[in-house]
Design a protein around this ligand. Sequence first.
Ligand SMILES: [Zn+2]
Length: 487
Amino acid sequence: MSRNSKTLMNRQYYLDAVLLPQGWARGAVVTVSEAGRIARIEIAPPPLVAVPPPGAERIGGYVVPGMPNAHSHAFQRAMVGAAEYRQSKQDSFWSWREAMYGLANRIQPEELLVVATQLFVEMLKAGYTSVAEFHYLHRQANGAPYAGNNALWEAIGEAASIAGIGLTFLPTLYQTGDFGDKPLKKDQARFALEAEDFVRLIGERVQADRRRGSGTQRTGAAFHSLRAVPISTLAAVAKELAGINPALPVHIHVAEQLREVNACRRANGKRPIELLLKTGLINAHWCLVHATHSTVKELQGIAAAGATVCVSVSTEANLGDGAFDAARFLDMQGHLCIGSDSQVTVNPAEELRWMEYQQRLRRKRRAVLATDTEPHVGTRLWRDAAIHGAQAIGQPVGAIAAGRRADWLVLDPHHPSLAGAAADAALDHLLFAGGHAAIRDVMVAGRWVVRHRHHDAEAALGEKFANLMSRILHPQAPMHPQVTPEN
Ligand SMILES: [Zn+2]
């Protein structure tokens, strides 16, 4: 009985064209379990073409894996567009950080819930079907810890549930103001967490994850950076985290700014990535975010460890960080994934397009990140960033394959950006022809969360988000007119 009822709960889809790990297939019958996992994929051997089984939902269009977003700070969505003016000729990452701290110190849990829900809906519509949230807002605005549940942490989980996006929540250890054990500055007080509390809280969450058995949400951990966590503390805590779960995803901002590379050398005699690799702790569960300023040897070390590197070209460009050498790292068989980071761009197609363009500008060549076995730049970048993004967030996503979660996008072949494109060029159009507008439907864990470019939460969110942004961007103007929806 139970077996039969389980079988009945399975859903079947007939996909006209789908990108599988081995390449494009036509007429695939995909069975998705009640839990949202892909149970089976059947393709009739050529020249036969499978026919839709009775009761199967037919999906016309190009079906591709949803993209994991391996690096996000949700609250920063509330300052996008508001820091694009000059304050001085020396404006840089560091002056932007001051503005970001201003927001980080004001935002309340109920506001974070609205901002994160809006953001997660935007992510889904753009093709990100799961997100790793690198979260270092731990305390109340007055610097006091939360008694009991942490409302700021819970806001992120609740936002992900409302939006229907997969979530790897990464509570982030943040202890020092700079290298050399500098104390936290006043405007960093909200980020403070003791190492013992950090390990205990992660342990409790991991246990709760096991009890809950969510198919879409899990816990990982992050170290903010080597600026914010001394290397000795990092090494001790990382060992304890591995004791909780050796496969726990662990992320760190590693070498985003030259100034931090130089400060690290002065304090520790080594560059940040060099220092991290020397601990011997780096493995496939680690994700190094912004390995921007790295030597060839460091990149070889990361690739050999099997760790992922997360690149966010849009944020790195916006903040004037520098350019990551993606071509070199990919040539080393390095595992590269992408993230929306500061949310200045929430669009995986644009992230990947700029990853390629950065290389074209630098090397004065075209199709730099294609390979002999995959000449289509779009396919190569999307497929690999999806699978390595899944590795980084520690979830069974990133490919349409048995055992993986049914997280996929349907591209509308009738959209002008895809006009005339055959399946094998569909991802080239997605990246290079404005094809993100062709993302018609989005599925997460076997559930449609976007249909015909519409998300159910949008209508209720729009007004709330607009009013909140007016308050956040104009805190001195309490009488700022409320935004009312247009009729
Ligand atoms: Zn970041």
